[in-house]
Design a protein around this ligand. Structure first.
Ligand code: NAI
Length: 297
């Protein structure tokens, strides 16, 4: 997969065990001990992001919750605070560079640093790639791909400047490693996240950086991610320049909903993410058995 990889850097493996860490007992990595450290999670109000935020809190980290959904964000903040965690909630639209920069400012003002960054916020849409409107493309690429780009451009220089160990997890999808009919815009965005994160891995490794990177590629996970495109299609039914629901969309949404409802729990995903951070595993493939199904679309 990585033919032009510098030979001194070990390529991460996709579907096999990760390379073993080359550390002696006396050099146990700092990033296996999370207590007191700072985590930033985007898309933290629901689903996988919320489950990751819960694990961060359980590990004794200070948690920065970022989400576009004000009400859900306030709920998550209140619940984590009630459980005794130190939390900062920052309403953020990750598709906007200035919002992500504001998130970084608020985080550094409150806690003085970041150790774990989860670029997780994401949305999806249905439809063929020629029917998807410009606003479909801009919305999904804006959140899924530009959101991660803004996260990397904003936080990596700051985290490098800190000089401490850190770890960045970018959320892609199995659909970033395969393709699926009627979900093409989403696949394009997630392929971009995989490519960006693989490149980031090498660029940091070439510089011997203390920041490690992983790309999270879940299969179907039991969240409400399918409700969002459904709501959007209904709202756009008679809006000029937008696309309303077609029978094909209904069918795709039905299949996606069945997949997510019977999928893995977000809590199980969050636990796998933390195992991967501890083991410095690059590809986090939550359901490796589903990869060929995904390829068959
Ligand atoms: P979810 O819909 O439960 O949560 C996504 C969160 O992102 C929501 O709280 C939403 O308000 C927030 N969000 C949406 N647009 C945003 C924006 N512009 N700025 C900031 N926050 C925004 O979805 P879920 O399933 O937890 O998704 C999390 C990530 O996992 C996404 O990147 C998704 O693509 C990915 N994923 C999900 C899978 C699934 O089956 N649920 C499978 C593979 C990947």
């Amino acid at each position: 997969m990585f033919s032009d990889t510098p030979t001194s850097i070990q390529a991460p493996t996709l579907f096999h065990a990760s390379p073993t860490l080359n550390v002696s007992d006396s050099e146990v990595r700092d990033m296996r001990e999370f207590k007191g450290k700072v985590a930033v999670v985007t898309g933290a109000a629901n689903g996988i992001g919320r489950a990751i935020a819960d694990v961060c809190a359980r590990e004794g980290m200070k948690v920065v919750l970022a989400d576009i959904n004000k009400e859900a964000l306030a709920r998550a903040e209140a619940e984590l605070e009630k459980a005794g965690s130190t939390v900062l909630a920052v309403q953020t639209d990750v598709s906007k560079a200035e919002d992500v920069e504001g998130l970084a400012r608020r985080t550094y003002d409150a806690f003085g640093g970041v150790h774990l960054l989860f670029n997780n916020a994401g949305v999806m849409t249905t439809g063929t790639v020629w029917e998807n409107t410009l606003s479909d493309w801009r919305w999904v690429l804006g959140v899924n791909l530009w959101g991660v780009i803004h996260g990397v451009r904003t936080f990596v220089p700051l985290m490098l400047g800190q000089g401490t160990e850190g770890h960045i997890v970018n959320t892609a999808s199995m659909r970033g490693l395969s393709r699926a009919s009627s979900n093409g815009v989403y696949c394009v965005s997630k392929h971009g996240v995989v490519a960006l994160t693989e490149t980031l891995y090498y660029e940091l490794a070439q510089r011997d950086a203390k920041i490690k990177v992983s790309v999270l590629c879940p299969g179907a996970i039991n969240t409400k991610i399918v409700d969002v495109p459904e709501r959007r299609l209904i709202e756009h039914q008679n809006v000029p320049g937008e696309r309303g629901m077609t029978p094909e969309d209904e069918e795709t949404l039905r299949e996606l909903r069945h997949g997510t409802r019977t999928g893995m729990s977000p809590q199980a995903v969050a636990d796998k993410v933390f195992d991967a951070i501890r083991d410095e595993k690059f590809y986090i493939i939550t359901q490796p058995e589903t990869r060929f199904e995904s390829r068959d679309g």
